[in-house]
Design a protein around this ligand. Structure first.
Ligand SMILES: NC(=O)c1ccc[n+]([C@@H]2O[C@H](COP(=O)([O-])OP(=O)(O)OC[C@H]3O[C@@H](n4cnc5c(N)ncnc54)[C@H](OP(=O)(O)O)[C@@H]3O)[C@@H](O)[C@H]2O)c1
Length: 255
């Protein structure tokens, strides 16, 4: 158990983000969860309250791809104090271009970059001066797709490209913030079941294919990711920075 810190988890209302918020709250942190749907955030807050005790979770509604909404959210967050842990987890696999024209391709790529890259860039930049020095922890949730290539025709590779862009950006931030005692790392999960990300693309066959890709013969869980985040975010994780950490059951080896 660490003492009370302030953690911020984008996309904390569902799936992996909710598990991370719960894990950090269970460890004694106060956790701001961010997302676009107020009712989803409220439901997550109620669930975590019930699991770990009331008063640890602060829901803040914002579309993090919108600069004005990020500024509003950051004003609410910084009123709570310096930020010890920022987990940039918000993201989505964007639907394929609606047709095969270049304008449609450009729209799809921009949606992916907005959702998976700009959300993290805007929130991190707006919070950067408010991160705890020394001791701050910055974590980007990327994807194994960034390491082995895109999600095929579904997203035309833009999801993988947007997630991979997080890596180079994080390396620069690690260099910049290391002297302040802030670590910056990327966690790249493979297939994680029981989240909203696959929507109606999910099927038993899809699941079986993803599990077959792993060496350990199972899907990842949101709790697997949350457990890794707990370590990276902890004071014990202070020597880990500038890394891409694969968490994928062996589906991607050692990159
Ligand atoms: N599940 C997997 O297999 C897997 C594998 C590798 C990486 N990941 C990554 O893990 C992260 C979490 O995904 P998940 O699987 O837990 O899916 P999820 O349940 O769909 O979670 C995504 C979260 O991001 C939020 N979000 C999306 N766009 C946003 C925006 N513009 N502003 C604010 N919040 C936004 C969503 O909330 P609202 O819709 O309410 O805004 C939602 O809570 C994502 O970055 C994803 O790319 C997932």
């Amino acid at each position: 158990m660490v003492g009370e810190r302030l953690a911020v988890v984008s996309g904390g209302g569902t799936g992996i983000g909710k598990a991370i918020a719960r894990e950090l709250a269970a460890g004694g942190d106060r956790v701001v969860i961010l997302g676009r749907r107020a009712e989803v955030l409220e439901q997550a807050r109620a669930e975590i309250d019930q699991a770990v005790g009331a008063g640890r979770v602060v829901p803040v509604r914002a579309d993090l791809s919108d600069a004005d909404q990020v500024s509003g959210a950051v004003a609410e967050i910084t009123a709570l104090g310096p930020v010890d842990v920022l987990v940039n987890n918000a993201g989505a696999v964007i639907s394929a271009p609606e047709d095969d024209t270049l304008p449609a391709l450009a729209r799809a790529w921009r949606r992916d970059l907005d959702t998976n890259l700009l959300t993290a860039v805007l929130l991190t930049t707006a919070l950067q001066e408010h991160l705890r020095r020394p001791g701050g922890r910055l974590i980007m949730i990327s994807s194994a797709a960034a390491q082995r290539g895109g999600a095929g025709s579904h997203s035309a590779g833009s999801y993988a490209a947007a997630k991979a862009a997080l890596h180079g950006w994080a390396f620069g931030l690690a260099r910049q913030l290391g002297p302040d005692g802030i670590t910056v790392n990327v966690l790249a999960p493979g297939y994680v079941a029981d989240t909203e990300i696959f929507g109606d693309r999910w099927s038993a066959e899809f699941h079986a294919d993803k599990v077959a890709d792993t060496l350990v013969g199972r899907a990842g869980t949101p709790a697997d990711v949350a457990t890794a985040v707990r370590y990276i975010a902890s004071p014990a994780g202070g020597y880990l920075t500038g890394q891409v950490i694969g968490l994928n059951g062996g589906a991607v080896l050692g990159r």
